[in-house]
Design a protein around this ligand. Sequence first.
Ligand code: SF4
Length: 433
Amino acid sequence: MQEKVLVLKSGTCGWAKCCFCGYGRIPGKEPSYQNLKKDFDIFFRDVRKDDTVKVFGSGSFLDIKQVPADARKYFIEKFKGSGAQKLFIESRPEYVNEAALKEFSGIELSVAIGLEVADDALLDKINKGFHLKDYAEAENTIHKCKMMVRTYLLVNPPYAKDIKKTLDKSVEYALQHSDTIVLINLLPHGNTPVFKMWLTGTWNFLSREEFRNVTDRWKNEPRVELDEETFRFAPKFPEQAKESLKGVGEAFLTHPHFEVWQDYLQRWYRPPEEKDLLLFLPCSYTKPYSHSATHRGIIDTLRKTEKYQRIHQVMLSNTGVVPREYEDSYPFNAYDWDEKLETEEIKKRYIEVTKRRIKKYLTSHKDNYKTTACFLKYSSESYQALEDACNELGIPLENLLSKETYEKIKNDGKPLQTEAALSDLYENLKKER
Ligand code: SF4
């Protein structure tokens, strides 16, 4: 017996206005009988007797504008023909009605409703478009038809002043009305008002540990499921939110678009497991960094060593710490900080802010790395920030560019591109454990 998941991209959610939901805003395929029949035929090829089928549809399976009545009937026939046992669908309360539910007779059906929070004032604020009485009516109808209710709750809903109290109240209420409930860690979808709240600091996601701490009380409650990671989350800025980030000064050092990325890298991101040698590198004017002459030289040198797969390249810039795998993501590929315009004061701030960011990154990910090294100019503010951060954390740091070599090449226009510097990088890497 297996769980088979059907992700339906049919039409658009009939409401599409919940402030946190990105999926509901995405237009799906034309919701025609023919399109859906094709999807169902493909899906049911893999469904076996006694399987459990879960349908996720970014909206309502019972909304005939998303799943027309003839397509729904066809789905039910296919389900019954497959011998699968349990079925989970999703619906907003307004589409729940006895006539539609009766079509599912003979199936062990659970209807999932995204209640999110058991508080009418908060439901209004998050723009849910229904109230507790609407949810309770739908729940009654489902139970009257001898079917089951599954309720989704957000652990960290926007506008909740006290997450724990709000969640307690929501879980208590939902358990009275539901057969199962799912506690969801709300993560920011790019094309939503909640993403803007994250940028302005008026709402934040919970790290995995924070989520576990808040939901720990229910981890052994059989009717409660915990969902700490609903999708593979990384900050995704919609085109219209992107800004020009070319300049030098405080506004370009602690810009909210940089700050949310640093927050993500500190509290959610996991460095690749196989990379246990952390190598801090400079940024470059050319974006993405790997297209610059300096980075091409560095990468070619790293590739020559046997340790290449183990090296996690992380750049330091006014945007913060930038793992190589994100160098071509906005805003890391869209800023420009001209060193020639730096004042003594902004250099000092750069060191302070960069040190703070490095310390947080290293504190979060110290268990991932066996070795911390860098390939940076000794005179650079990035090196000073990194050295201070490692000293304060008691983490040994080695600059793979030796001081002797640096003294010889420091007046070269591009010292890190010189043969002497790259030879140091190669030779010192060979020595690293
Ligand atoms: S949460 Fe559900 S009801 Fe709200 S917009 Fe998204 S899909 Fe629609």
